[in-house]
Design a protein around this ligand. Structure first.
Ligand code: CU
Length: 156
């Protein structure tokens, strides 16, 4: 009976694995991890799109995201949402984003995001595109950004 129950548990495990996205979408260079980069599917003529992800520094020293690049857009900038006289506004981040050792920095709606401007074409659900992150210490890290119609259920 015990063995039978184990078999059932294994099947349940398999079923839950199949429900996850087809591709693992985490990236790492050394102790610096980039978790779940994604952007939202937009109407065909949308001029800009935001990319979200989580930076996870599992190392002993701080690092800093200095800038980003992607072949799918003419311009890519790090943005933050800031409260300006009670109004939330987007602002370009010029001095980079510091990731302290042992911490995570989430790029998420209404917070830090990567703004892609002058898009070369439409982004459709299920596609992904390359994005290069320039770090002060870790150097360049290339990740794949998933284009999703629905935001990830479990953003990290
Ligand atoms: Cu922005």
């Amino acid at each position: 009976m015990t063995r039978f129950r184990h078999a059932c548990n294994a099947l349940l495990c398999l079923a839950s694995l199949l429900a996850l996205p087809a591709r693992a979408n985490d990236f790492a260079v050394g102790n610096l991890h980039i978790l779940q980069p994604w952007s939202q599917e937009l109407p065909p003529n949308a001029p800009t799109v935001a990319v979200y992800l989580t930076l996870d520094n599992q190392g002993m020293g701080a690092d800093r995201l200095l800038g980003v690049d992607t072949p799918i857009a003419g311009q890519a900038e790090i943005h933050a949402h800031v409260d300006q006289d009670g109004m939330m506004k987007m602002q370009k981040v010029d001095d980079g984003v510091i990731v302290a050792p042992g911490t995570r920095v989430a790029f998420a709606p209404m917070g830090y995001h990567i703004m892609l401007m002058q898009l070369n074409g439409p982004l459709r659900d299920g596609q992904y595109f390359p994005l290069v992150l320039h770090f002060e210490k870790a150097g360049d890290i290339s990740v794949d950004v998933d284009v999703l119609k629905v935001p990830p259920v479990d953003p990290r």
